[in-house]
Design a protein around this ligand. Structure first.
Ligand code: T4K
Length: 368
């Protein structure tokens, strides 16, 4: 039985990728800002129309680096810094801030599953920073970035989302944006992440911080100056070659995700939210079942179908319970009913038909 999972990865042009691996092995340059890291950065800059891209080892490190930079730039003398952040997100959005000494202020979500502008405005007098998340490939309201002195857009799930209102890609606005190249992500490959910015100074700082804080980014050399308290956030050449190979095929990848999404929608339309889908990259197929969701998932698992229940509210989890939060009504309601269905490059339209047929059968069985 084929296991139908969400985000199971597949390298699109395996032949080209393996050729690149061979080049890397022969070149003896395996890390420290090599050829493929530079090529992938240039590719992303051209694609998103941003001035600077800094590749790092994953989006969690990217968030930490961005938070450290903005904290040092704007709040050097502050004893306590707080950031508006959704509770309905992947844990790394919040844990990375706390690790950088920034306290989250949890904000509720809107109908697009992103931080709600009104709720965020109501809490903004307490906030120094704001970290909107473009969840499930839906774009958070850009005005959120104006609510505090510093902003980071968490675009981990939104590579390729085009905002037709502002005529720009996700990641091309705001001080700094952060992306994930994890295997489960659209355009992702091996572990990876990157920061985009139009500010040359911020980009330079990010390059320093990803490489131990060294003043230049040319690798470890005797006599280099440590400019800052950095980390090792470098991406290896093999990961960069895999990422570049995927991104060069991004149109094909995106149309596959779009077709899958539309096929689901045609059969399960009533369970989809009425969202601003024209801004999405369709990387997640999210439906809602206010009754019986967990029973349905248990039943689907018997047929090798594995939906996910992304996300559990972070403000209710032990490490984050003590932080400030607003009203969490939408977050808590959505978390109980949402289901992310199998999608990605290993899922085809026949799989979607099978999943929908089983799902609708469950609805009948459980009188939902
Ligand atoms: N901000 C946001 C909003 C994020 O969503 C994320 C990550 C981050 C920040 C941080 O980005 P990174 O630091 O990861 O770059 C996954 C991913 O680990 C995580 O990247 C992602 N968000 C999160 C939403 O989902 P899991 O625990 O759901 O993934 P996992 O391991 O269960 O994999 C999903 C499915 O894919 C499984 O059925 C197994 C399959 N799979 C997975 C991998 C990695 C494979 O078949 N092969 C593979 O190599 O967390």
């Amino acid at each position: 039985m084929k296991e139908l999972r969400l985000g199971k990865p597949k390298i699109v042009n395996k032949k080209l990728f393996l050729k690149r691996v061979e080049d890397i092995v022969d070149s003896c340059i395996y890390s420290n800002n090599g050829r493929y890291v530079i090529e992938a950065e240039d590719y992303i800059c051209d694609y998103l129309q941003v001035k600077h891209t800094v590749l790092v080892s994953n989006a969690t490190i990217a968030l930490e680096i961005a938070a450290q930079i903005l904290k040092e730039k704007y709040f050097k003398d502050s004893s306590s810094i707080s950031a508006l952040v959704p509770s309905f997100t992947f844990v790394a959005t919040v844990s990375s801030l706390i690790r950088m000494g920034i306290n989250p202020i949890f904000v509720d979500i809107d109908k697009d599953y992103c931080m709600d502008l009104q709720s965020a405005s109501d809490l903004s007098s307490m906030a120094d920073m704001v970290v909107p998340v473009n969840l499930f490939g839906n774009l958070a309201n850009e005005d959120l970035g104006l609510l505090a002195k510093a902003s980071i857009f968490d675009c981990a799930q939104s590579f390729g989302c085009f905002n037709e209102i502002t005529n720009s890609y996700s990641g091309a606005y705001g001080a700094m944006s952060v992306f994930s190249g994890h295997p489960t992500k659209i355009g992702g490959a091996f572990e990876g992440g990157w920061i985009t910015t139009n500010d040359a100074d911020l980009a330079e700082r990010a390059r320093e911080l990803r490489s131990f804080g060294y003043k230049t980014d040319s690798g470890l050399r005797e006599g280099q100056i440590v400019a800052n308290n950095g980390t090792n956030g470098k991406m290896s050449e093999i990961a960069a070659a895999a990422l570049l190979t995927q991104l060069e095929n991004i149109q094909e990848i995106q149309s596959h995700y779009f077709d899958i999404h539309q096929r689901y929608k045609a059969q399960l339309g009533g369970h989809f939210r009425d969202k601003n889908v024209y801004m999405s990259n369709f990387s997640y197929v999210t439906v809602e079942f206010p009754e019986g969701r967990d029973k349905i998932i248990d039943e689907l698992n018997q047929d090798g179908i594995f939906p996910r229940t992304y996300f559990s509210p972070l403000h209710l989890m032990e490490p984050f319970k003590g932080y400030t939060r607003g009203n969490m009504e939408n977050t808590e309601a959505v978390a109980k009913s949402i289901m992310s269905l199998p999608t990605g490059l290993t899922i085809d339209l026949k799989d979607v038909d099978f999943i929908c047929e089983r799902l609708l059968r469950c609805k009948t069985k459980f009188h939902l």
